[in-house]
Design a protein around this ligand. Structure first.
Ligand SMILES: Cc1cc2nc3c(=O)[nH]c(=O)nc-3n(C[C@H](O)[C@H](O)[C@H](O)COP(=O)(O)OP(=O)(O)OC[C@H]3O[C@@H](n4cnc5c(N)ncnc54)[C@H](O)[C@@H]3O)c2cc1C
Length: 320
């Protein structure tokens, strides 16, 4: 049987903010060799990509040096400065699950859209798709299951208008309330606690990431002495690790540095420096023993090894 999925590797790199000043970005729909290249502002940095090459599926894909260089060269063509390898704060590879419709025979049917098929005995298969269409993908799959199973739901899909967690009482100025109402209590290694401001970059990050639930993170930062930044120059707080462990099922250090925060993707070296503290806080939350702590450190560093950043010395001072 023909496989449904054609895996395609895509590399992205993160560059300093000055490549996308004042929120400006660049997209080239067709470069001289016919590819798509973009450079966009992302979480205070510049995200540039991407490549599209056939690959095999592995758990920890790694970007190749020539793929990184291709992106840097391609965007350099449109700028008056050279984009240097040393500017790369993080580089990673992801595998797109492109689908080919098994009912079609030509290769042009490989798609970034999703397909849904009905298999033997009413088995519903959904494959491919994109992040931007995840909700309608789910709706399509459930609708087909309803049809095949002759189910009688009492209402149509409601997810289109379903508010996400943290939207209650939130508005774009919410970050100013956080900045005004909270302080960050920072604990030194020796246990001394001293106050710090909830500055705009931190309150804005908390408000955008957690919505009105950011208040709960700010309370942890203030009342439990977990108000230190996890990495110099980034708005992620120690309190977020505790909050994610308690409320969002964050069970591993990799989960925190990659998904709850985006530090691994923004700056690999800064993420590596944050790992021991992330493990320490998760260990307290989840009551990990020494062996589990060691394992978490090992798997977090192995994960970060797959990111190909250049060594970045600006984070050496360790002031948080
Ligand atoms: C290179 C590339 C470029 C892309 N570009 C775009 C784009 O421009 N626009 C767009 O809309 N989409 C894009 N996508 C697609 C988008 O990233 C995916 O559609 C989206 O991430 C899917 O989200 P998900 O939550 O379903 O799965 P995932 O993001 O894959 O999340 C699943 C998570 O589950 C975890 N997991 C798996 N198994 C287990 C287990 N047993 N226990 C615990 N955890 C587990 C995985 O580690 C993973 O973190 C792109 C994808 C790639 C690879």
């Amino acid at each position: 049987m023909k496989p449904l999925i054609t895996p395609s590797s895509g590399v992205h790199v993160v560059l300093p903010d000055y490549y996308s000043p004042d929120g400006m970005g660049l997209i080239v729909p067709k470069t001289k060799d016919g590819r798509v290249i973009f450079m966009l502002p992302w979480l205070g940095k510049t995200l540039a990509g991407t490549t599209d090459s056939s690959t095999t599926i592995t758990m920890l894909p790694e970007p190749q040096e020539n793929e990184i260089q291709f992106i840097l060269d391609a965007i350099s063509d449109y700028l008056c400065v050279k984009v240097r390898r040393t500017d790369v704060h993080s580089a990673w590879s992801g595998i797109r699950p492109l689908v080919s419709d098994p009912s079609l025979t030509n290769t042009a049917n490989i798609s970034r859209e999703h397909i849904i098929t009905e298999g033997p005995e009413g088995l519903v298969t959904i494959a491919g798709g994109k992040w931007t269409t995840y909700r309608s993908m789910a709706e399509d799959a459930v609708d087909l299951a309803i049809r095949i199973g002759s189910l009688k739901p009492t209402n149509f899909c409601v997810t289109k208008d379903l508010a996400l967690a943290g939207t209650a009482d939130w508005d774009p100025a919410f970050f100013t309330l956080l900045a005004q109402q909270f302080i960050r209590m920072k604990k030194t290694r020796s246990g001394k606690v001293f106050p710090g401001v909830m500055d705009t970059s931190i309150s804005h990050h908390l408000s955008c990431s957690y919505g009105s639930l950011a208040q709960q993170v700010a309370v942890i930062a203030q009342d439990e002495g977990l108000g230190k930044r996890l990495a110099h120059g980034y708005p992620y707080l120690e309190a977020e690790v505790a909050y994610c462990a308690r409320n969002e099922y964050c069970e591993t250090a990799v989960d925190f540095i990659a998904r709850r925060s985006r530090l691994a993707f923004l700056d690999t070296n800064a993420a590596a420096k944050a790992v021991p503290r992330v493990v320490e806080i998760l260990a307290t939350e989840h009551k990990w023993n020494r062996a589990r702590r060691k394992l978490e450190l090992k798997s977090a560093f192995a994960f970060l090894e797959t990111f190909k950043a250049s060594k970045n010395t600006q984070f050496e001072d360790l002031k948080h």
